[in-house]
Design a protein around this ligand. Structure first.
Ligand code: WTA
Length: 647
């Protein structure tokens, strides 16, 4: 495997940062890391002491039924309690938990006490609707406080939330709702995006029309200023504000068992069917708490801002659970980075005096393209730490971020992790690790990575593996334990977790992530399985076969190129192209649209009929083709190359 970069400049944290950091200097990091591997149970028991437990655990880790690991077995706890009640008891009740800003500029401020009150009231409203512990609830909301409130209200009463990013289509909602037999959907009439109102309720209505399991739809009103057409179905739909109007302010947090399901979050894999990743209570609680504390070096007076949507794992862990457990103040923003203009993010940082800023490389690349003028003139001196997540960051974007946003003063934590890992796995420690542009560097405490060949030999560049279980790890794929084992644990005979990324270790023992080794593509940090698009295309009556590949994209990191074989005698023109795009919008969502669709009479295949994606990728990148001698029909490649250059 080729390395993406040979960047070797080192950027140590400033001495001021090191002095005040939770983890001060490389020696401190190394000592604690060694301890965490030598005595993982001791390490994770100590970490859990900061949190509230109704009942302590009997064992920290139970590996007797691997890979179905159990953490903190025997304990009872509640994540909403640890995010809210615990902080209020510690005297933080009047501290701002969330400074919220809507895209049109409207604002709301919620202290820990107010957030607690809203969560308790909504939790009571959910109970009044008959929702019970273990019931699954889909949440399809814009980035408004009710999104965090709904998540925490579910956690409070032990209902399992399944947040669906509000860019997904009606068909995606349907598939997720049916897969987890969701009995309730919490949505909004709409949400703002680039000045427009997205009509969310209409999408939900279409999505759940054929889902008999959905008995309740609760609708948050966002469109006071711009009323949205929002027909309410009698007996099924109710308004959030009406439900919370006459319920009690008190709601005792449910005592949850350690391995009780906390949430489901659907993510893409290598088949056409997204997986319902399962996260449970106690382990995720400790891991989200501890990674937030150390990786963001959280302190009492920080103002933290993560620009992700709660619809993705980053928002679950590093907007809601990990951050609130640490009792800090954060900013939550509803809309687009370029509305009303490209300076919006920097205006928000200046306005709220944000000290920790966590965003995606794709956003950084977009800002670079929009130009420095949006940044210069803004007072960003409140910033002390920057982070990136979701995809590899190219050194050029890293350097721009470091200079323009961080004023060469702020450490950058490039955090590698996944929906499945629940929290950070590889990341610099901001007050310790000298960073390198584009490198996720070193493991978090308790995480033991290895780089292996297919047959399990340790190598310098190869496939990333994780040797030890960790508390935030996924516990399964909803309804499909076999797929869980096959996908993550079979590659090296059940010994290691297989994340699906390639990696390289350098001379400093730093790990560089080289991108996915499977057919998963990261478009603007959104994870998309190429098989999902392929299975949509082949539903078209004129399509015989299709293969989708990811190629480098200047802003999005990766873009999708679709190769589509049309049934002989059928037209393949712009009309078909438009129909295929419309199918993607309907089945997945607009964010999964391919950059280009190329038609051809066949696809390059081996003699045994396997599509050679490597060759398709080379064609799509306009590269010299490697070895094509194993192809059944080398002529196909010429046709495709011609097509590529023409279109
Ligand atoms: C990729 C997002 C390089 C990786 C938290 C992983 C990264 C997938 C990084 C998970 C990073 C995430 N550097 N690649 N810092 N962070 N990735 O589940 O390919 O949406 O497997 O979780 O994103 O995407 P997911």
């Amino acid at each position: 495997m080729e390395s993406v970069s040979h960047e070797n400049r080192l950027f140590p944290p400033t001495s001021e940062f090191v002095e005040n950091a939770h983890i001060s200097g490389m020696d401190a990091y190394k000592a604690m890391y060694v301890k965490s591997l030598e005595d993982p149970e001791g390490f994770w028991a100590e970490a859990a002491q900061d949190l509230h437990w109704f009942k302590p655990w009997d064992s920290v880790l139970d590996a007797s039924n691997a890979p179905f690991y159990k953490w903190y077995d025997g304990s009872r706890t509640n994540l909403s309690y640890n995010c809210l009640d615990r902080n209020i008891e510690a005297g933080l009740g009047n501290k701002v938990a969330i400074h919220w800003e809507g895209e049109p500029g409207d604002t709301r401020e919620l202290t820990y006490k107010q957030l607690h009150l809203e969560v308790c009231r909504f939790a009571n409203a959910l109970k009044a609707r008959g929702l019970q512990k273990g019931d699954r609830v889909a949440i399809y909301l814009p980035m408004i406080p009710e999104l965090a409130i709904a998540v925490l209200a579910c956690a409070r009463i032990g209902a399992v939330h399944s947040v669906i990013f509000a860019g997904f289509s009606a068909d995606s909602i349907r598939d997720r709702v049916l897969d987890s037999e969701t009995c309730m959907v919490i949505t909004g009439d709409g949400g703002y995006r680039r000045g427009k109102m997205l009509e969310l309720k209409k999408i939900v209505d279409e999505g759940v029309a054929s889902c008999a399991c959905v008995k309740d739809v609760i609708v948050v009103k966002r469109g006071d200023e711009h009323p949205v057409d929002c027909p309410m179905q009698d007996g099924r739909d109710s308004w959030y504000h009406e439900l919370v109007a006459d319920v009690s302010d008190d709601c005792t947090a449910e005592e949850m068992e350690a391995e009780d399901l906390l949430f489901l979050l659907y993510t893409s894999g290598t088949t056409g069917k997204p997986k319902g990743i399962m996260h449970t209570t106690a382990g995720y609680q400790v891991f989200s708490y501890l990674t937030s504390k150390y990786v963001f070096d959280l302190k009492a007076d920080d103002v933290y801002w993560c620009t992700a949507d709660v619809g993705w794992i980053t928002g679950h862990t590093y907007i809601v659970y990990g951050i609130l457990q640490n009792g800090v103040t954060q900013v939550m923003y509803e809309g687009a980075p370029n509305h009303p203009d490209e300076g919006r993010f920097w205006e928000i940082i200046e306005k709220y005096k944000v000290s920790i800023f966590y965003t995606a490389p794709t956003a950084i690349r977009a800002f670079m393209k929009w130009g420095d003028k949006w940044v210069t003139g803004r007072d960003l001196s409140s910033l002390r730490l920057l982070g990136t997540v979701g995809e590899p960051i190219n050194p050029e974007a890293w350097i721009w971020y470091h200079k323009m946003i961080g004023a060469e003063r702020c450490p950058i934590v490039d955090t590698w992790w996944q929906t499945e890992t629940g929290g950070h796995m590889l990341t610099p420690m901001p007050g310790a690790t000298p960073t390198k542009p584009g490198c996720a560097t070193t493991p978090f405490f308790g995480i033991e990575p290895a780089i292996l060949t297919d047959d399990g030999k340790e190598v310098e560049a190869g496939i990333l593996a994780i040797k030890k279980p960790w508390p935030g790890m996924l516990r399964g794929i909803y309804g499909d334990p076999q797929r869980f084992k096959d996908t993550y644990w079979c590659k090296w005979g059940g010994k290691y977790y297989f994340p699906g990324d390639g990696a390289r270790r350098d001379e400093h023992d730093y790990i560089w992530i080289l991108g996915r080794v499977d057919d998963v593509v990261n478009v603007s940090g959104h994870r998309i399985g190429t098989a999902e698009l392929e299975s949509v295309f082949v539903e078209h009556k004129d399509v015989a076969e299709s293969a989708v590949v990811g190629v480098p994209h200047e802003i999005k990191g990766q873009g999708l190129i679709a190769f589509v074989t049309v049934i002989e005698g059928r037209d393949h023109d712009d009309h078909l192209r438009k129909e295929l795009i419309a199918m993607i919008d309907k089945s997945i969502g607009k964010f999964a649209r391919p950059e280009r669709i190329l038609f051809s009479s066949d696809l390059p295949k081996t003699r045994s009929g396997k599509i050679m994606r490597r060759i398709l990728r080379d064609i799509a990148e306009g590269k010299e083709l490697g070895n094509t001698t194993t192809l059944a029909d080398p002529g196909v490649v010429e046709e495709l190359q011609e097509q590529f250059l023409k279109s």
